[in-house]
Design a protein around this ligand. Structure first.
Ligand SMILES: Nc1ncnc2c1ncn2[C@@H]1O[C@H](COP(=O)(O)OP(=O)(O)OP(=O)(O)O)[C@@H](O)[C@H]1O
Ligand SMILES: [Mg+2]
Length: 273
């Protein structure tokens, strides 16, 4: 990751959409998840390419989180094909699954940081899979710390590096969580409702940051959202799920009221903000 990329501030306008001819990072064909009697996902076909932001929309229980969990083999699935970051997910042994999971940077609604640790240390923990063992004193190397600081700078938080995460605002904590995900040098980012706990202005800041990261690092960002307007503004493409079925797949700009009704039924108030 170059310093120029790391220091680039979040852009305000919408950068051009990524090319559509690159090799997909995620390819799913006939993907299906069943929990006992409950069919959580069925007949999902999907390609997600480097540099693009894919929004997952759908009611609570429609399968958004389950879909993301299949990508790292966390949810049990069957599929004609599920390939993520060049690996056939179903064929991975435990070591392969560990590597696959370290290829995916997760960002969650509730940040999942360690509150008593500083922003810097939380970011450093993101590199624990890939950056090798801690040194003999049980601390992180100078190079690891420099990278973590660069990443905090990338998300606009270098000045809060030594602050404990419990003292940071929600938006700041989510930016630390994004820096932690980047510390893994991920091949894709899976963001499960990353803005559900933030006010609308902060939601835009975080989604703009994720979009810039997708473009700059040329990795896909897959993000579940509950607000249609945010998907329209920040995503390139949208997948709409209804009771585990894919009912819409297309460019965010093509998400009209008709498609929104297909995804949510008529219960669409509060979705536009
Ligand atoms: N581990 C599990 N065991 C059994 N059923 C599960 C499990 N995880 C999810 N489900 C079921 O699968 C369906 C899809 O759940 P999922 O969490 O993917 O929905 P979601 O779209 O992410 O919802 P939300 O918007 O509330 O986060 C739901 O009916 C849920 O109850
Ligand atoms: Mg969910």
């Amino acid at each position: 990751m170059s310093a120029a990329v790391l220091n680039k501030p979040a852009t305000q306008g919408k950068p051009p959409a990524p090319p559509t001819q690159t090799t997909p990072t995620v390819t799913a064909r006939a993907l299906r998840v069943q929990y006992g009697e409950q069919l959580a996902l069925d007949s999902i076909d999907l390609d997600v390419r480097p540099g693009e932001v894919l929004a997952l929309l759908g009611h609570s229980g429609s399968g958004k989180s389950t879909l993301m969990k299949t990508f790292t083999g966390i949810a049990p699935f069957t599929a004609d094909k599920l390939e993520v970051a060049g690996r056939e997910v179903a064929k991975q042994n435990p070591a392969g699954l560990r590597e696959l999971r370290s290829d995916a940077g997760y960002v969650f609604q509730h940040f999942n940081l360690v509150p008593r640790l500083t922003a810097l240390t939380n970011v450093l923990t993101g590199g624990l899979h890939s950056a090798g063992p801690l040194n003999l004193l049980g601390t992180f190397s100078r190079a690891q710390r420099a990278t973590a600081l660069e990443l905090l700078d990338r998300v606009g938080l270098a000045h809060k590096a030594r602050q404990r995460c419990r003292e940071l605002s929600g938006g700041e904590q989510q930016r630390v969580a994004i820096a932690r995900a980047l510390m893994q040098r991920p091949r894709l980012i899976l963001a499960d409702e990353p803005v559900a706990s933030l006010d609308p202005r902060l939601a835009g800041t975080i989604l703009g940051l994720l979009r810039d990261i997708a473009r700059d690092e040329q990795i896909p960002v897959i993000v579940s959202l509950h607000v249609v307007g945010l998907a329209r503004r920040y995503a390139d493409r949208v997948i709409g799920l209804h009771s585990g079925w894919l009912v819409f797949a297309g460019p965010a700009a093509q998400l009209t009221e008709k498609e929104v009704h297909q995804i949510y039924g008529t219960d669409t108030e509060l979705l536009e903000n």
